[in-house]
Design a protein around this ligand. Structure first.
Ligand SMILES: Cc1cc2nc3c(=O)[nH]c(=O)nc-3n(C[C@H](O)[C@H](O)[C@H](O)COP(=O)(O)OP(=O)(O)OC[C@H]3O[C@@H](n4cnc5c(N)ncnc54)[C@H](O)[C@@H]3O)c2cc1C
Length: 414
């Protein structure tokens, strides 16, 4: 048998990559230090966010920052003692917050995101994972119509990509979404969307499908690598050395130290995010929504109503904070005043974010080292397409989209 391709990290990106490679007939070993789907892919909002084509670094970010930093009900939080470490990344990130750069990023996100529901369906067709994908609409919930109308940059970009919402106002809001209280007076509804009913179960099902197809999953901590004449030759783990033909690094935020060992200094930082799951709620929305005042999503899932979002800049070693959870709870009580529930569950996870808000998808200089990480807020959405693109590149099928914006080599000269 040929030497394997080793995929490192069994989140949605690694799982999709491993599955596509196996489908195309490769000998694939998928490695993860934990069970599949326990990283950022565990607790996200489950949205197949085809509409999330506008990066956070939109031009109005500068105006919003001071307000965000003093308002405890804002969705942005900072662990101040982490600021010195964060600063170089933050400066580079903020340099992208202008119309020119945001539009360039948007153009690169469109081909990666806008057919996500179809990509998930193609990945899972005929498997036990398929029933974990739901067709849905998606609503942006605004305080009022004026707030919707002020969101001009984002909706202009979406319109250009063919996404025009139905705008619902006044008492009609409660007809469409009876769970909403009077704090929501405008919904901008996009049809033809989708979500996942439990991100963790979904990724676990994909792992089963992969293994049933003859793929190998090994729970092991990847620690280092060996190269031979600049080409990858082995992966070193806490269970020993595994010779390989190629590797794909799909370790989310933890890709940074792994890539450091491979000679690429990637400016990857985490935007920490939180969720609160309301168990056995008395009401749920008909469809997932974005509560724009708190910039968090609410998604009806099999284990309850998941409210997930917020951005906390604070690295991966400091423990969770109370403030983002408090904000989520207060906003949920404000927008869904009549919802009761049995109990709640909380979680914090690490979005892997680059300063240009684009993932690294590609090969490092014919080294056999491929990267598929850095999907920040949209990894659940873009995972299957990313996996397919990597499999195409490995099999020398030219992808039918411009891959240059995601090229990992953009960080090679650091
Ligand atoms: C609150 C929140 C809400 C979100 N909502 C959405 C959403 O609605 N839609 C969306 O598209 N995205 C969403 N995201 C973003 C999304 O969750 C991430 O972009 C995505 O999960 C990243 O997937 P991944 O496979 O790259 O990384 P991960 O899921 O983090 O997987 C990386 C894996 O690598 C493994 N690993 C790390 N180091 C090693 C090592 N040395 N050896 C072996 N294994 C290793 C880890 O154990 C982990 O399983 C959200 C994120 C958060 C935090």
């Amino acid at each position: 048998m040929s030497k394997p391709i080793i995929v490192i990290g069994a989140g949605i990106c690694g799982m999709s990559t491993a599955l596509w490679l196996r489908r195309f007939g490769h000998n694939v070993i998928l490695m993860d230090k934990a069970k599949p789907g326990m990283g950022a892919s565990y607790g996200n909002a489950g949205l197949l966010a085809q509409w999330a084509i506008v990066p956070i670094t939109e031009p109005s970010l500068w105006k919003q920052i001071p307000k965000h930093l003093i308002d405890p009900m804002s969705p942005l939080f900072v662990k101040w003692r982490y600021l010195p470490t964060l600063l170089p990344w933050l400066v580079e990130f903020l340099r992208n917050a202008n119309a020119n750069k945001a539009l360039k990023t948007k153009d690169a996100l469109v081909p990666l995101l806008t057919d996500s529901v179809l990509q998930h369906k193609v990945l899972t067709e005929g498997t036990s994972a398929q029933s974990w994908i739901a067709d849905s609409k998606f609503s942006y919930a605004y305080r009022d119509k004026t707030s919707f109308e002020k969101d001009t940059f984002s909706w202009a970009c979406k319109k250009e990509a063919g996404m025009v919402p139905d705008v619902i106002t006044g008492l009609d809001v409660q007809d469409v979404e009876p769970i909403c209280g009077p704090a929501i007076k405008c919904l901008a509804v996009l049809s033809g969307q989708g979500h996942v009913l439990s991100p963790h179960i979904y990724v676990s099902k994909l792992a089963e499908v992969f293994q049933n197809l003859g793929g190998t999953f090994i729970q092991t901590d990847v620690q280092d690598f060996e190269k031979n004449m600049d080409k990858i030759s082995a992966v070193l783990t806490d269970q020993g050395r595994f010779a390989c033909d190629k590797i794909v690094v799909t370790a989310g935020i933890w890709s940074k130290p792994l890539m450091g060992k491979l000679g690429l200094n990637v400016p990857l930082e985490t935007e920490r995010g939180y969720h609160v799951v309301y168990k056995n709620p008395s009401q749920t929305p008909e469809n997932p929504m974005m509560i724009t005042t708190g910039k968090f999503a609410v998604t009806p899932m099999t284990d309850g109503l998941r409210c997930a979002g917020t951005v906390e800049l604070g690295g991966i070693t400091l423990g969770p904070s109370e403030a983002p959870i408090k904000m989520l709870r207060r906003r949920v009580a404000e927008v869904f005043p009549n919802m009761t529930y049995e109990c709640t569950e909380e979680w914090m996870g690490f979005r892997p974010s680059t300063p240009d808000s684009l993932p690294l998808i590609g090969e490092l200089d014919h080294s056999g080292i491929f990267t598929a990480f850095g999907h920040q807020h949209v990894g659940m959405t873009a995972g299957p397409k990313t996996g397919r693109l990597i499999a195409d590149m490995i099999d020398k099928r030219t992808p039918n989209i411009d891959m240059s914006p995601y090229d990992p080599v953009r960080y090679a000269s650091r």
